[in-house]
Write a protein that binds this ligand. Structure first.
Ligand code: FES
Length: 158
């Protein structure tokens, strides 16, 4: 007979994180942060498991997970592309940069490609206004962009 296991690899990772936080209800935000870091987003099964292990109502876990913008309940791509739409970038064509990336990826911000390679989002000032228009891909800044430069940049993230 095959061994029946109820624990998925995802749940095993979540368990490790909860254990690290000593099953403390007060560590809920930290647990969600670590879970998202590990899984790239917060799957439903992870949220349910956290509620169960911490013995808190599921709707409390959901309300924290949906309150903070840093958390996402939808799968995210391997690469997160943030396009600055702050004032300095906007006046230098930030919107055209966003439109060019949307066209190339075939999605609209904020969305993720079906192959889970790219997530695209428009954001406010990224703190590098002098380099505008600016995008950030997984923490790497690309500035002084034109729509023509986008193809070459995306090629660096395969
Ligand atoms: S407005 Fe784009 S980096 Fe500041």
């Amino acid at each position: 007979m095959p061994v029946v296991t109820t624990e998925s690899p995802t749940i095993a990772k979540v368990d490790e994180i909860i254990e690290k936080h000593l099953y403390e209800e007060s560590a809920l935000i930290g647990i969600l942060q670590d879970t998202q870091k590990e899984l790239n987003y917060l799957p439903k099964e992870a949220l349910k498991h956290i509620a169960l292990r911490l013995d808190v109502p599921l709707n409390r876990v959901y309300s924290v997970a949906t309150f903070y913008r840093a958390f996402t309940l939808k799968p995210r791509g391997k690469y997160t592309i943030s396009v600055c739409l702050g004032t300095a970038c906007h006046v230098r064509g930030g919107k055209r940069i966003l439109e060019e990336i949307e066209r190339r990826l075939g999605i609209k911000a904020p969305d993720t490609t079906t192959d889970l390679k790219y997530s695209l989002q428009g954001v406010n000032c990224l703190g590098a206004c002098a380099l505008g228009p600016v995008i950030v891909i997984n923490g790497e800044y690309h500035g002084q962009l034109t729509p023509k430069k986008i193809e070459g940049i995306l090629k660096q993230y395969k």
